[in-house]
Design a protein. Structure first.
Length: 276
């Protein structure tokens, strides 16, 4: 994860300080990281990754759900009636001032990532993606997009990780993600792990090996209130990457218990507030 630390440090030392929609940030534009998934799973080691949150959110996306309370069910492995006070990483968005008057039910987050993945103007992009990779692995149209301009007003949060392309070579599948808005301290480590996990699932589904996960950052930024946390993280030495182990199933049939990070020994958690 040294590439991530380099990007974080560069933004902190060279970024421009501006006011943003969600608070003061130090920002920069344009950076690329490449992770060879054959060399280990790119889980953050300079602080503890919220692994169960990563897995549960991806499974929730794959369901195509618009219900934050359904995410709680996946994360806590319990029925919704028992989870009244349990929060997820989407709870704030579901209850934000911007969205609460638009929400159609408790937990409604609108037509966000997973909804677009499974129903982009009537198109199931995930099924089409798998079909395309299997039938034409050398194709250049293996695309997954969460950015639907016609429905941005129907989302509690417009997509940050907006557009990804998949590429097959020498029996390995790789993914390049374009992320338009990148919260360097909280969001980016989470997104690296999420799409790397997704790539592993696609590889199994398409009878391929994993290749690279490539992350291209657009507007990458650090919130001023995260400065002390960033200083702490930069000071820590990255450790060896863990390995991903999981029960291989149909891509739509996984549960939280199917996944394990082996030999994951990160530095302690560094807490910080999420800005929305």
């Amino acid at each position: 994860m040294k590439q991530y630390i380099e990007a974080l440090k560069y933004c902190f030392e060279n970024g421009s300080d501006v006011e943003s929609r969600a608070g003061k940030v130090r920002k920069n534009f344009g950076f690329q990281m490449r992770f060879d998934l054959q060399n280990g799973f790119p889980a953050m080691t300079t602080k503890k990754l919220a692994w169960k949150s990563v897995v549960s959110e991806l499974l929730w996306f794959l369901e195509g759900s618009d219900d934050e309370r359904r995410l709680a069910e996946i994360l806590y492995e319990d029925k919704i009636e028992n989870l009244r006070d349990k929060k997820t990483i989407w709870t704030q968005n579901a209850n934000s001032n911007y969205w609460k008057d638009k929400a159609k039910f408790e937990g409604d987050v609108g037509r966000i990532y997973g909804v677009q993945w499974r129903d982009f103007n009537g198109v199931d992009q995930v099924k089409n993606l798998i079909k395309g990779i299997k039938s034409d692995p050398n194709g250049r149209r293996h695309i997954l997009s969460a950015w639907n301009p016609a429905e941005l007003h129907l989302m509690s949060l417009p997509p940050c990780h907006a557009f990804s392309q998949f590429y097959v070579s020498k029996n390995k599948i790789s993914c390049q993600l374009y992320q338009r808005s990148c919260d360097m301290f909280l969001g980016v480590p989470f997104n690296i792990a999420s799409y790397s996990l997704f790539l592993h699932l696609l590889a199994v589904e398409c009878s391929l090996e994993v290749g690279e996960f490539i992350l291209t950052l657009g507007d990458y930024h650090i919130y001023h209130e995260h400065f002390e946390a960033v200083k702490e993280q930069i000071s820590r030495e990255p450790k060896d990457l863990p390995n991903l182990a999981f029960n291989k199933k149909n891509i739509f049939d996984y549960s939280l218990r199917d996944f394990t990070l082996e030999n994951y020994d990160p530095h302690p958690t560094i807490k910080a507030k999420m800005n929305i």
